[in-house]
Design a protein around this ligand. Structure first.
Ligand code: GLA
Length: 389
């Protein structure tokens, strides 16, 4: 379906499709471990079924011609002059990846591409990482770049940090790259070791509720949270010594001991991270043993901490979580992603999903005047070149 749309548009824009490649990278939902990635901590996301697709073909010159189906726009650049903001914001994600590849010494030519997908935009499901990783995947294929998956994910993150200018951590690009059907991805964001955890959901499903609140504050507030975590680390290092390299190295006892040396806000930011990391480890254990009640309990605890300590939730996300927890058959629910809008993720009994959908839609709409968008998903596969011809 998506491929057909890409092909149709290609024909209109560029003519013959001969020799083109197709790359695909999924969105992601984070099950637990929020804002821990840039604190050297643990995360447990999974790839989802909605994805970004890119149809691309190398050129023999240095021109880059990009077409976005979602924005219905066209952009043209030159490899020798890749700068942020020279096009529209969507094209920055693609050009950023090319720019970072070039900085790393990989030789590229220009290319033509049509990109499109069904990952909801700006909803906290990593449409940006999906665009970056899909682009990286297809560039690697077209130009025969000797790049391993891990390096590809890291370069995509660098593109977002340095070219697009968002100081994101590594979770999203890893989830898009390494996602595996019916598995959650446990990632140690310090060592970058990954473990595929079979998502033993038995009779339950992962349900994503989009609050339809745009994440307006997310950029600036995200960077403020990062800075507050660093402030905390500085104080903790003075008190506890060099063994503290990041909040990953801090126990709750350590933190309590130093509480009076930091502002209340910094203390609560640290408290979230220091309690969230052990929750991820417990959640992995719960998933491995099929204890979904426990998994759900940890999700709710995580949400409360994001709401009260990290202060990245918003009334609509809190409402979605409260409403979900009142529905029958729900093991747990929490906001997912950076926060300030976007989505919640819930674990819901399969047999209760229709009731959940109806209940959530009408009660959320009554209270907020907004229609939530509800997606039932299973953990999907990571980025790949798709053989369509
Ligand atoms: C965004 C960032 C990630 C991560 C989450 C919060 O999605 O891109 O790196 O920090 O927020 O967990």
């Amino acid at each position: 379906m998506m491929i057909q749309q890409l092909l149709d548009r290609w024909k209109v824009e560029f003519g013959e499709v001969w020799g083109a490649k197709v790359g695909r990278a999924p969105g992601r939902v984070n099950l637990i471990g929020e804002h821990t990635d840039y604190n050297d901590g643990f995360v447990l996301p999974c790839a989802i079924e909605p994805a970004v697709w890119i149809l691309a073909r190398a050129r023999e010159d240095t021109t880059i011609r990009l077409v976005s189906l979602n924005y219905n726009e066209r952009h043209e650049s030159d490899l020798g002059d890749l700068r942020r903001g020279t096009g529209s914001s969507w094209s920055d994600y693609l050009l950023g990846v090319a720019s970072v590849f070039q900085q790393e010494g990989y030789a590229l030519y220009g290319w033509d591409a049509v990109i499109g997908g069904d990952v909801p935009l700006g909803a906290g499901l990593s449409s940006s990482a999906a665009v970056e990783v899909a682009t990286g995947t297809v560039l690697r294929e077209m130009f025969h770049l000797p790049l391993e998956d891990r390096q590809l994910a890291l370069l995509c993150q660098r593109a977002e940090n340095t070219f697009v200018g968002v100081q994101c951590g590594i979770m999203d690009q890893f989830a898009c790259t390494f996602g595996k059907v019916d598995h959650a991805l446990f990632l140690d964001c310090r060592s970058l070791e990954t473990r595929q955890i079979p998502a033993n959901l038995t009779t339950m499903e992962i349900v994503i509720c989009d609050s339809k609140v745009e994440r307006n504050l997310s950029g600036s507030e995200y960077n403020i949270r990062r800075a507050q975590c660093q402030d905390g680390v500085r104080v903790l290092r003075v008190k506890l010594g060099e063994r503290i390299r990041a909040l990953r190295d801090v126990s709750i006892e350590d933190l309590e001991m130093c509480k009076d040396s930091m502002s209340d806000a910094v203390y609560r930011r640290c408290r979230h991270i220091v309690t969230e990391n052990p929750r991820v480890l417990l959640a992995v254990k719960a998933l491995e043993t099929g204890d979904l009640r426990e998994f759900g309990r940890l999700m709710v605890e995580s949400h409360q901490s994001l709401r009260d300590n990290y202060e990245v939730s918003c009334p609509e996300l809190d409402l979605l979580v409260d409403l979900a927890m009142e529905c029958p058959g729900v093991a747990g629910s929490r906001m997912t992603g950076a926060g300030f809008g976007g989505c919640t993720v819930s674990l819901v009994e399969r047999s209760a999903i229709e009731e959940f959908r109806a209940n959530m839609t009408s009660r959320y709409a009554t209270k907020t005047g907004r229609e939530p968008e509800i997606h039932v998903t299973r953990p999907g596969s990571g980025a790949a070149i798709v053989d369509v011809f």
